[in-house]
Design a protein around this ligand. Structure first.
Ligand code: SF4
Length: 367
């Protein structure tokens, strides 16, 4: 464990109902779970299983797959059988896909009220989910919240503030679940906009005690999406809101999971796997290329799973202070660096020995 120089505060969590999804619990006292979604065609069992395995290896607790076609749901039982994580079926438009996914062993179904509005169909899904012990996420989405048919309903939807509209649609949709006394629910409301996401989830947390799945929709490419997601999800998680999260990128979902794990670790809501690298931003006092050095240290320690803190600092201004809180630290000077292990000065080493010396000390702590 990292040496603690300070007694850091923790984030209080909102208390919700707990919902068991396969062997993962969402809400209650459970830690915030990380989700992602496969980008493979679900009907391609081998590719989907391989991607799910990669997501799990990166720290994903639950994986969602698209249940778009009958071929997808037909493949689902083989996928569920082959992987070591609860599988969620993402259903839009066709309630039959939800019934098939439940039959195939999905641990949870995601329904979008904007895309399956027929209450009779929703009741059928609820009955099947109840019989199978399957959870349902009711997720409203900014992109499918306004009635598409021209007329009074569409005009009324467009007149309402977006957050009110999202909460009202969610409440309306939940009536059918509450009538059926179905409690295995997780709620979500997604927008591409961080401020809307914060506002709507705050309202949901005030109104319901169901666990909440946090995420942005259509957040963009990795660099923008990670920051936008961290802004919205970080603000909510810091208020104790959010029981499971997905950071979504256009691109490799494994990177989504790494970003989600980093966000939770940054808020001390999940223990980091491997090295937490602290590096100073450098300034005019710096006499070594710290960005390059930190990159070399990070790459050299990539296989370490133990949560240890390593600090790479550019001078002695903040270096000794960071060194006290880090497991291994270096304070670089011109052509050399001071090496610390858990706050103790070990010695001064030449620049060429910094990376091997850090690796050596981390390896000893990891033994
Ligand atoms: S540790 Fe030193 S070099 Fe790095 S930013 Fe701070 S003052 Fe500048």
């Amino acid at each position: 464990m990292a040496a603690d120089a300070h007694n850091y505060p923790d984030i209080p969590r909102r208390r919700t109902r707990s919902v068991v999804i396969g062997d993962v619990t969402i809400g209650g006292d459970a830690p915030v779970a990380v989700q992602s979604m496969t980008t493979t065609t679900t009907a391609d069992v081998a590719a989907t299983v391989a991607q799910i395995d990669a997501l799990v290896a990166a720290g994903c607790d639950l994986v969602r797959v698209a249940a778009a076609t009958q071929e997808d749901t037909a493949a689902l039982s083989a996928i569920v059988e082959a992987v070591n994580v609860p599988v969620i079926a993402d259903v839009h438009f066709h309630f039959q896909r939800a019934l098939e996914a439940i039959e195939a062993g999905a641990a949870k179904i995601r329904l979008n009220p904007g895309n399956i509005a027929d209450r009779g169909q929703v009741r059928e899904v609820i009955a099947a989910a109840t019989a199978a012990g399957v959870a349902i996420r009711v997720g409203v989405n900014e992109g499918s919240i306004v009635d598409r048919r021209a007329g009074e309903q569409r005009d009324a939807d467009l007149d309402k503030p977006l957050v009110d509209l999202m909460v009202d649609k969610l409440a309306e949709y939940l009536e059918v679940f509450e009538e059926a006394d179905f409690g295995k629910l997780v709620l979500s409301a997604k927008s591409h906009d961080a401020v809307t996401t914060i506002a709507v989830n705050r309202r949901m947390a005030e109104r319901w005690d169901y666990p909440i799945h946090l995420g942005l929709t259509h957040a963009g490419l990795a660099a923008e999406a990670a920051i936008r997601s961290a802004a919205a999800l970080g603000a909510l998680l810091a208020e104790g809101i959010g029981d499971t999260i997905r950071i979504s990128f256009a691109g490799d979902p494994v990177a989504e999971v790494s970003a989600a794990c980093e966000l939770l670790a940054s808020l001390r809501l999940r223990q980091r796997r491997g090295i937490e690298l602290i590096a100073c931003p450098t300034c005019g006092r710096c006499e070594m290329d710290i960005a390059a050095l930190a990159g070399q240290v990070k790459a050299a320690l990539a296989d370490i799973d133990t949560p240890l803190t390593v600090a790479v600092m550019g001078c002695v201004v903040n270096g000794p202070g960071e060194a006290e809180g880090a497991d291994v630290a270096i304070c670089a000077g011109k052509g050399r660096a001071i090496l610390y292990v858990r706050g103790q000065k070990i010695g001064t080493i030449p620049a060429s020995d910094i990376v091997p010396a850090v690796v050596d000390e981390v390896t000893k702590l990891n033994a």
